[in-house]
Design a protein around this ligand. Structure first.
Ligand SMILES: Cc1cc2nc3c(=O)[nH]c(=O)nc-3n(C[C@H](O)[C@H](O)[C@H](O)COP(=O)(O)O)c2cc1C
Length: 325
């Protein structure tokens, strides 16, 4: 135990973090598409303990999602082909948003779309609500039009970010695709175009074969891999982006020019979360792990706090980015 930790107790650990001016009580956020609108889980866990909740990907018009098989388990992961099934942004605003806001954690509306016009119109509708933050999803691999296509190249990613930026004054997190061949360049492009923060990664493009039918398993042919299998690669990508965009300044408190990055991809335990935070993440998201253990995020919050007490880290800034170089 360090000298500092000897004078600290559990209540003196500060887990709060500010991302683009929005204060989260702790850095643990439910990832989009894996936690419904939050209230679905409120009979199973204490949802109010979470730092934040991302909504399911929202499009302007309702989407029925993909046909056929939608989920396949792999030895250390989950391939999904949901295809952004959602009730549409007007329905979300009218029927889901208020109850989501009443849960307590920061709500991030995960904004998806096909054309630039649908993204912009969706952003304008969300701008007129009380939602505190928008996560712009330019990384969904499971739709034929738009989605990930916007996040693969710098010019398209910059253009969609700039257009959405004009449509809303809300703090804007842009969610990046690990499938972009030049991820750091895409990250720089969206920051230059008005992103306040970044989140990464969405799922990795993958493929599975139904050997009995000798055909692809998924009607949409390819689908997105998530879960523990992707974690070390997601962590390396986080490091690349943090070094490329935030430059992991020695002053980690969040000075002007600092770009907060939210890390995710395979996080299942508090140890995983610490790895992401020490690689420069300001906050983390948990997706697939919740399916196997609905209490995973609560366990991560408790474990993180105990670790910080044991190691003498009074707050997240004192730990952020320590291992990045
Ligand atoms: C079933 C499922 C649905 C998802 N839906 C969305 C979505 O609507 N929007 C989005 O940005 N990401 C979506 N994702 C991606 C997750 O938010 C997350 O980026 C990815 O799963 C990696 O994190 P994980 O390994 O902790 O699951 C989905 C993932 C899964 C498994």
């Amino acid at each position: 135990m360090s000298a500092q930790s000897a004078t600290m107790n559990a209540t003196s650990i500060d887990l709060s973090v500010s991302v683009a001016g929005v204060r989260f009580a702790n850095p643990v956020i439910a990832a989009s598409g894996t936690f419904g609108y939050g209230s679905e889980y409120s009979r199973i866990i204490d949802v109010s303990r979470l730092g934040g909740i991302c909504s399911k990907g929202l499009t302007l018009a309702p989407k029925p999602g993909n046909t056929g098989v939608r989920l396949v388990e792999t030895p250390a992961g989950l391939i999904n082909s949901i295809g952004l099934e959602n009730p549409g942004i007007p329905h979300f605003i009218e029927h889901e948003l208020n109850s989501m806001l009443s849960l307590g954690p920061v709500v991030l509306a995960n904004l998806s779309g096909s054309t630039m016009e649908t993204y912009v119109e969706g952003a304008a509708l969300l701008d007129a609500t009380d939602v505190p933050m928008i996560e712009l999803n330019i990384s969904c691999p499971n739709v034929k039009a738009g989605g990930m296509a916007w996040g693969l190249e710098c010019d398209a990613a910059g253009a969609i970010t700039a257009a959405v930026r004009k449509a809303t004054k809300k703090p804007l997190v842009v969610k990046l695709s690990p499938n972009a061949p030049h991820l750091v360049d895409v990250a720089k492009s969206v920051v230059a175009s008005g992103a306040d923060a970044l989140s990464l990664v969405n799922t990795f493009q993958s493929f599975a074969v139904d050997i009995e039918r000798a055909k692809p398993v998924f009607d949409n042919v390819t689908a997105g891999l998530a879960g523990p299998a992707i974690r070390p690669i997601a962590l390396r990508m986080l490091r690349d982006v943090v070094l490329g965009v935030s430059e992991c300044r020695p002053d980690r408190a969040g000075t002007a020019g600092f770009v907060p990055v939210i890390g995710l991809g395979g996080i299942a335990t508090w140890q995983d979360a610490v790895e992401f935070l020490m690689t420069g993440a300001s906050a983390i998201q948990v997706g697939t792990a919740t399916f196997a253990n609905p209490g995973a995020m609560e366990d991560i919050i408790s474990g993180l706090s105990a670790f910080m007490l044991r190691k003498g880290y009074p707050d997240l800034a004192s730990m952020r980015g320590l291992a990045v170089r």
